[in-house]
Design a protein around this ligand. Structure first.
Ligand code: CP
Ligand code: NVA
Length: 327
């Protein structure tokens, strides 16, 4: 294999990589996963240093990037909100230039997309968006690997996202659909549907003529024939003051066994980026007893692949760092 076209590149949104590059990355991740299961680790990043910056909390992104970097031979260093004080003590561009001189790659989780874009511009080393208000590309790489593991190919695959249709997950899945030819249905109440122009722009740029994106509040239409139903929290990080309103808007779209059955497919699976409210007594769930985007029966049931997705965060993060830093 020659040097990848991904060497030296950042991933700020999935739009940054072509369909062929995403496919290459997913194949590399699948290979790394098979090798890791046999105890074989590819030290493509030996001697490298990777920074992980979190301005919002994280479980999966943090554990997957730490282990992926370590198993690739690199040293990961974590920076929290208080360590950095972006835009308070020092400007984003000054911090980015320091990190770019010292680190070989940076994972960045923040708020506005413009911040991670500015960071990447000034860092001059590969920067990976570990979630911002607009996109979550490193999550969707893991979701695509999970879909491939279950269905073998992505072209024409019907996938239904249920929830806030304007959030970082819905839009990143829409980009993936346009790139790779998924038949994505976004099931959301009207107030939470993405702007038609945004979807039209993605489809105008589609790399596959199988790509379809349907935005609807009609559950039957969205679910019929779907291979996978995808959930996310009703309230994304940073939007907590909208919790009450979101519960009212989305309570009828809770994923139940009945809703899963509306796919009409015995082989349909349930996906969720996590964290999820599925009827457990977490502090937030006690404060908002009716916040629950998926029934425990589905979350814990035979169709659920949510922890495969979590594991795949690690394999895809490894492939992403290896290909963009080492080539
Ligand atoms: N799915 C995901 O990004 O999880 P974390 O917020 O825990 O990293
Ligand atoms: N939409 C969610 C995704 C969490 C992984 C959020 O931004 O909080």
């Amino acid at each position: 294999m020659g040097i990848s076209t991904l060497k030296g590149r950042s991933l700020l949104s999935l739009r940054d990589f072509s369909a062929a590059e995403i496919t290459e990355l997913l194949e590399h991740a699948a290979d790394l996963k098979t090798r890791a299961a046999q105890g074989e680790y590819v030290h493509a990043l030996a001697g490298k240093n990777i920074a992980l910056i979190f301005l919002k909390p994280s479980c999966r992104t943090r554990v997957s990037f730490v282990v992926a970097a370590t198993q690739s031979g690199a040293h990961p260093e974590i920076f929290g909100r208080e360590d950095i004080r972006f835009g308070i003590k020092e400007s984003v561009r000054d911090i980015a230039r320091v990190f770019g001189r010292v680190f070989d790659g940076v994972m960045f989780r923040g708020f506005e997309h413009s911040t991670v874009a500015e960071f990447a511009e000034y860092a001059g080393v590969p920067v990976w968006n570990g979630l911002c208000d607009s996109y979550h590309p490193t999550q969707v790489l893991a979701d695509l690997l999970t879909l491939l593991e279950n269905f073998g190919s992505l072209e024409g695959l019907p996938l239904t996202y249920v929830g806030d249709g304007r959030n970082n997950m819905a839009i990143t899945l829409a980009i993936a659909a346009a790139k790779l030819g998924l038949d994505l249905r976004i099931l959301a109440p009207e107030k939470l549907q993405p702007a038609p122009e945004q979807i039209a722009e993605l489809l105008a740029d589609a790399e596959s003529d199988r790509a379809k994106i349907t935005v609807t509040a009609d559950a039957q239409l969205a679910l019929a024939g779907s291979a996978a139903v995808y959930g996310d929290v009703w309230v994304s990080m940073g939007e907590e003051e909208q919790t009450r309103e979101r519960i009212e808007l989305l309570r009828d779209l809770k994923v139940t066994a009945e809703l899963m059955a509306a796919t009409g497919r015995a082989d349909s699976i349930y996906l969720h980026c996590l964290p999820a409210f599925h009827g457990q007594d977490t502090e937030t769930a006690i404060a908002h007893p009716d916040i629950c985007e998926v029934d425990d029966e589905v979350f814990e049931g035979a169709q659920s692949r949510v922890f495969d997705q979590s594991e795949n965060r690690m394999h895809t993060a490894k492939a992403l760092m290896q290909l963009t830093v080492a080539g």
